[in-house]
Ligand binder design. Structure first.
Ligand code: FES
Length: 256
């Protein structure tokens, strides 16, 4: 199938998962622009974003073992080093030094604003521009909200949020206790909005990052420009879950 995602976006940075979800000895499976990824952290805290494919016979590395310094492939036990992706050990040939050819494809990744960010290709023109792509500064208080997986294209979600969200949520989902207003676009995959608590009428700025998994599937990563006090945290998080769950349902239902 021909991809409709613009390949030039491979040089863009995308948030792919919340940092807190990459726990000790875990391997997280994700996708970005149709590319499957294995994301993991070594015991020194360094994050890795790799092609989810063993160079030996193509087994998914995300079903392998995170030893804290390496990933061990589940099939024949080849091991690959954190950061470089270089094969370090082949059980069937324990005395052989693995060839440099046996190396996992690795991608640049960093942690910022509570997310792991990945780009699939280095884009020389964008190197000085990294900070502006992120929109935010480190000085803000930020809360990463639960990411929402949708079976809808990134274009579909972005266009609906910009053109329909404010009016349709009010009419079709009157029981929601928060809403979005003033939605504006920073770039193709980042929107900014005001989130309104319908009961208290308080508002807070929210950034909405869109993470294209494939042509037809997108993750919405909502980021609140505020910290939430522990006493109301659970209620607040549930409120946002309901809001973005509704947005997902509408975008999937009308996905034409
Ligand atoms: S397929 Fe991974 S070690 Fe053989």
């Amino acid at each position: 199938m021909t991809s409709v995602l613009d390949q030039s976006f491979r040089g863009w940075w995308f948030p792919v998962v919340r940092s807190q979800e990459i726990g000790l000895r875990h391997i997280h499976r994700s996708q970005l622009l149709n590319q499957e990824l294995a994301i993991w952290r070594d015991d020194g805290g360094q994050i890795n974003a790799w092609e989810n494919r063993c160079p030996h016979r193509g087994t998914r590395l995300s079903i392998g073992l995170n030893t804290g310094a390496e990933i061990k492939c589940q099939y024949h036990g080849w091991r690959y080093a954190s950061q470089s992706g270089q094969c370090t050990f082949i059980p069937a040939h324990p005395n052989m030094e693995p060839s440099p050819r046996y190396c996992v494809n690795t991608y640049e990744c960093i942690e910022k604003y509570g997310y792991v960010w990945v780009r699939l290709e280095k884009d020389k023109d964008k190197d000085e521009d990294i900070e502006s792509l992120f929109v935010l500064t480190e000085k803000l208080s930020l809360t990463t909200l639960r990411s929402v997986y949708t079976m809808a294209s990134t274009t579909r979600i972005r266009d609906w949020l910009i053109n329909n969200c404010e009016s349709q949520l009010k009419v079709n989902s009157p029981s929601l206790d928060c809403s979005l207003t003033g939605i504006q676009q920073h770039h193709s995959f980042c929107l900014e909005a005001l989130s309104i608590n319908n009961q208290t009428e308080k508002s807070v700025t929210m950034f909405i990052y869109l993470h294209p998994l494939t042509d037809d599937a997108t993750v919405i990563h909502p980021l609140l420009n505020a910290s939430i006090s522990p006493e109301i945290r659970l209620d607040e998080l549930r409120r946002y879950n309901r809001l973005f769950g509704t947005i997902r349902d509408v975008c999937e239902t009308d996905n034409v």
